[in-house]
Design a protein around this ligand. Structure first.
Ligand SMILES: Cc1ncc(COP(=O)(O)O)c(C=O)c1O
Length: 347
């Protein structure tokens, strides 16, 4: 099958497996694992922060960040379809007792004016607006990128209103490669940054949370509290170090392939807007089929796409295990599978 369902489908390459096999390890909880320590040191630099923490998942990194910045009853502002609101099982309420407030976005982005309007003046009966959350790239909008100038404007309003500023940069390196900015240039504008290692970077698991030294000392306690402290984790952290060396620049290949796929599908008459493809996601409107019907037809033809939160959109995601032949194959198979869906480009 040509598996375009998600960039989490990547499997470790031979080079990554060799790095894993050769990893020097120790007890990570005691900070005696040299490979985890190296990944954390390197990760902090890559993310433009003083320190970083190695964690099993980006979900845990996000939830620890929120716990760091809030007290129960505080309020989190973010775009209404960001991952922490729709795909982390209400974690903000469960782990931090935090109220969430979703702001309508365009391409996953919202504005300082929206933050100002949503901000609650401190009052004895109101939740305390405390954190502004940016997701870059933004998953639900199809891997869209936040321009640096808009991040700066958002930082300014956070400073003015004394709000903490978190970046869910699960795919920050895709955003960096697509925008031509260093990840550190983007990351240093935030108080804390999440990076996922198990998506486009191709690791079997792992994520980083980065922030100030002081914040990461506190975050390390939450890592234990949330059950994320490990033992000889250098075995998998070695994959992260390898990915930072070998799998960052190549993200441009994934983006180029996504663009090629989008252009080809649009040319074949399918409802795809290539202008919206900024990184490694392509959204395809399959109306009048339902996503389930379309995915079943595609699977019969040997192509895997996945559903999105939108009622008629599927997504195709390029990644390390998708090559040029796969894109050529997908461009032949998808139009065949979806005959009869040639609709207008969706919203
Ligand atoms: C934007 C974003 N944040 C966080 C996550 C969570 O990542 P993990 O699966 O490592 O918990 C994802 C996963 O898809 C994501 O897309």
């Amino acid at each position: 099958m040509i598996d375009l369902r998600s960039d989490t489908a990547t499997r470790p390459t031979d080079g990554m497996r060799a790095a894993i096999a050769a990893a020097v390890v120790g007890d990570e909880q005691k900070r005696e694992d040299p490979t985890v320590n190296e990944l954390e040191t390197r990760g902090a630099v890559v993310l433009g922060q003083e320190a970083a923490l190695y964690l099993p998942t980006a979900t845990m990194a996000n939830q620890i960040a929120l716990r760091l910045h809030t007290e129960p009853g505080d309020e989190l502002l973010g775009e209404e379809n960001c991952h922490v609101f729709i795909s982390e099982l209400g974690g903000p309420a469960v782990h931090s007792g935090v109220v969430t407030r979703g702001l309508p976005g365009v391409a996953g982005r919202f504005t300082p004016q929206q933050v100002r309007a949503a901000y609650r003046m401190p009052a004895v009966h109101s939740p305390r607006t405390k954190v502004v959350w940016v997701e870059n790239t933004h998953n639900a909008s199809g891997g869209r990128v936040w321009p640096l100038a808009e991040i700066d404007e958002m930082r300014a309003v956070c400073d003015e209103l004394e709000l903490r500023f978190h970046l869910d940069g699960a795919r920050l390196l895709n955003a960096a490669v697509a925008s031509g900015e260093e990840a550190a240039t983007i990351g240093r504008r935030f108080d804390t940054v999440t990076l996922c290692l198990s998506k486009g970077l191709g690791c079997p698991l792992g994520a980083l949370l980065a922030g100030s030294e002081e914040a990461m000392v506190r975050a390390r306690r939450f890592k234990h509290l949330f059950g994320g402290a490990m033992r000889q984790a250098g075995i998998v952290a070695a994959a992260g170090v390898y990915a930072l060396d070998h799998h960052v620049e190549r993200l441009a290949d994934d983006h180029g392939r996504a663009k090629k796929l989008a252009l080809g599908l649009a040319e074949a008459g399918l409802a795809v807007d290539p202008d919206r493809v900024e990184t490694n996601f392509v959204q395809l409107d399959v109306a009048p089929l339902s996503p389930a019907e379309a995915m079943a037809r595609l699977a019969d033809h040997g192509v895997g796409l996945s559903a999105t939160i939108h009622p008629t959109l599927l997504r195709a995601v390029t990644h390390l295990d998708v090559d040029d032949d796969d894109i050529d194959g997908a461009l032949e198979l998808i139009p065949h599978a979806l005959v009869g869906t040639r609709a207008r480009v969706g919203a």
